[in-house]
Design a protein around this ligand. Structure first.
Ligand code: TA6
Length: 299
């Protein structure tokens, strides 16, 4: 594992990107642009080496962060961070093998920082992880928008399959005043709570109870309309044939020890994924890339 000194010696960018020790002892990369930076595309960002986990993104024109982070999140080697963008790989949901963690292993591993760079428009960080039989490469681009891109390569000598989800937690002012529109309402979905498959509703998605849905099909553009904070977030997936929509609501929030009982009011997960029937099969040396671009629209 790379030490803090090695990371700062090899990958820090003066005044823009610095690696620090989080109070938990985990290593975190903090991204900001100096005041007065020539570009108005500056943004704040944060990611952990643990899980290659993006935990903060706030473009300069935003008064609130775009990503949600639970105030109860644990920051330990054996747990996933609760919020930001957990990387679910190589399986989604519970494992078929007892004793294995939900949502795969990638979000529980320490990744290797392999490159960092900055232009006037953005700061880009690349992290990698060997997770046999896969090699993973995760690229984070903090600019006026945020782009997260995961590439999986099959390093086995035979075909392998995997599921993947960029399990993004979005911060909202009040879930009761949120609607989700764009391509999702035009797709059928599996209700994970009942097992029922529903035809496309063709109506904006609203929230009044625990919601856990897997939309099947290609969604080119998804929009969160936050009536409370009076802002819109545009989500542009790529390489994704599934989209998961989740809000735990009251009872599940109370059952989650790393999530505040009332935090369901201020968050919503829209996850760019390939899961269940949309799992990915890779031939030897085959690659698959899934990415999501997140933009806070000018209100
Ligand atoms: O993406 C929705 C979901 O699968 C929910 O069923 C819920 O379990 C959520 O993920 C969080 O999972 P986690 O393992 O991060 O607590």
């Amino acid at each position: 594992m790379q030490t803090l000194a090695e990371l700062n010696a090899n990958f820090a960018i003066e005044e823009i990107l610095r690696f620090e020790l989080h109070e938990s002892g985990l290593i975190v990369g903090n991204v900001s642009y100096p005041d007065g930076h020539a570009s108005n595309r500056r943004s704040e960002g944060q990611f952990f080496v643990h899980g290659a986990h993006v935990t903060h993104f706030r473009p300069s024109h935003a008064s609130e962060p775009v990503l949600f982070m639970s105030s109860e999140s644990l920051f330990t080697d054996d747990k996933a961070i609760r919020g930001g963008i957990p990387i679910c790989f190589p399986w989604f949901g519970p494992s078929a093998n007892p004793g294995e963690p939900a949502h795969g292993l990638a979000r529980l591993k320490d990744w290797h920082v392999s490159s960092t760079s900055a232009t006037d428009d953005a700061v880009t960080i690349v992290l990698e992880l060997a997770l046999p039989p896969f090699q993973l490469r995760f690229q984070i681009r903090f600019g006026r928008g945020l782009i997260a891109e995961l590439t999986a390569t099959n390093t086995a000598g035979h075909e392998v399959t995997h599921e993947v989800a960029l399990h993004t937690y979005f911060a909202v002012g009040d879930i009761h005043a949120v609607s989700v529109d764009g391509d999702l309402p035009g797709l059928p979905f599996l209700d994970q709570l009942t097992g029922d498959v529903h035809a496309a509703s063709h109506e904006a998605i609203r929230f009044s109870e625990e919601t856990d849905r897997i939309y099947s099909g290609i969604a080119q553009s998804i929009q969160i309309d936050d009536g409370s904070w009076k802002r819109k977030i545009r989500i542009t997936p790529s390489g994704s044939h599934s989209t998961v929509v989740w809000n735990p609501w009251i009872a599940k929030s109370q059952r989650m020890s790393d999530f505040g009982d009332h935090e369901y009011l201020g968050m919503l997960c829209i996850e760019t994924a390939n899961v269940k029937d949309q799992r990915i099969a890779l031939s030897p040396n085959g690659k698959s890339t899934v990415s999501v671009a997140i933009d806070l629209l000018e209100s």
